[in-house]
Design a binder for this molecule. Structure first.
Ligand code: C2E
Ligand code: MG
Ligand code: MG
Ligand code: MG
Length: 292
């Protein structure tokens, strides 16, 4: 097909849309290749608890595209879900995270760390999801209690009975669950109490303007109260300023993740941060003890 025929064929379409469609096909082809060639990398973003340093990390996948450079997950995760490539990619992320947990287990200054892994709906929906996770845990020797799976609300309501069974099966082995982007999806409060969740994660869209927008402040406060009354932990994502952190602490949220503490970084930088923060916290405890 010649170039001009191609142009005629599409003349009634919005050219911007056509460019976007072609772009997506190209990206999907590249993605397939990227999985074979392992062009992915994990970044670790610290999760901290006030006064106690770093409790763990969320792993966020990055694609090192040979021509485009680092591609953001916002661009390729939806595409990976549509094409089913999220399955091999998700397996790789889980395997890499669990292998890291097993390495940390041998280092006294790292053994307490947890890793949170994002799970997509398509991945979780697979009949053998539980088996896959358990076999990765077994193969890597990771402690299940250090693994936290981040699920989203929409994923939970898809097939509630099956979801409950899968979660309980993993929970029985010690795996933890956090409800990611909480407040942005379907929030049926009735299923919240049926699911063996450990934590609600306040979406960054509420944290961003928590000091400016009274509605966001009310939502953040309500999510913390909800977590407390359901006996769940709560963590806020996207915490960028001390004032946001202080507001959240004021309403009872003491776990945070965000640029204020660290951007998502490569493994070595994350480990350095853990060691450094432990030293700082250790020193401040010592100073407090001496001045007390
Ligand atoms: P998420 O799980 O809600 O992750 C939080 C996102 O917020 C990350 O974006 C993170 O870099 C960003 N972030 C963290 N702290 C701050 C902050 O203080 N301010 C602002 N403005 N942003 C902050 P990222 O890395 O681009 O990931 C985007 C989304 O892609 C994730 O949202 C998650 O849904 C998805 N994702 C990432 N890695 C994976 C993965 O391995 N598997 C699956 N299924 N999804 C993934
Ligand atoms: Mg997440
Ligand atoms: Mg999130
Ligand atoms: Mg989010």
């Amino acid at each position: 097909r010649s170039k001009s025929a191609g142009r005629n064929e599409f003349r009634f379409f919005d050219p911007a849309m056509q460019v976007a469609a072609v772009e997506r096909v190209a990206l999907a082809t590249d993605l397939r290749k990227a999985i074979e060639e392992k062009q992915f990398l994990l970044h670790y973003q610290a999760q901290v608890i006030s006064g106690n340093g770093v409790i763990g990390a969320e792993v966020l996948v990055r694609w090192m595209h040979p021509q485009r450079g680092l591609v953001s997950p916002a661009e390729f995760i939806p595409l990976a879900e549509e094409t089913g490539l999220i399955l091999p990619l998700g397996d790789w992320v889980l395997e890499t995270a669990c292998a890291q947990l097993a390495v940390w287990a041998l280092r006294p200054e790292m053994e307490h760390l947890t890793i949170a892994v994002n799970v997509s709906a398509r991945q979780f929906g697979k009949l053998d999801f539980v088996e896959r996770v358990l076999s990765v845990l077994k193969r890597t020797g990771a402690n299940a209690a250090r693994l936290k799976l981040e699920l989203t609300e929409s994923l939970l309501v898809d097939n509630v009975q099956e979801t409950i069974e899968k979660m309980f099966a993993l929970k029985a082995k010690g795996v933890g669950f956090s409800l990611d982007d909480f407040g942005t999806g379907y929030s049926s409060l009735s299923y919240l109490k049926k699911l063996p969740l450990d934590q609600l994660k306040i979406d960054q869209s509420f944290v961003r303007d928590v000091l400016l927008d009274p509605n966001d402040a009310a939502i953040a406060r309500t999510i913390v109260a909800l977590a407390q009354s359901l006996g769940l932990g709560v963590i806020a994502e996207g915490v960028e300023t001390e004032m946001q952190r202080d507001f959240l602490a004021g309403v009872g949220c003491h776990c945070y993740q965000g640029y204020l503490f660290s951007r998502p970084v490569v493994l070595e930088a994350f480990e350095e941060l853990v060691l450094k923060r432990e030293m700082i916290e250790g020193l401040s405890h010592k100073v407090n003890a001496e001045t007390a």
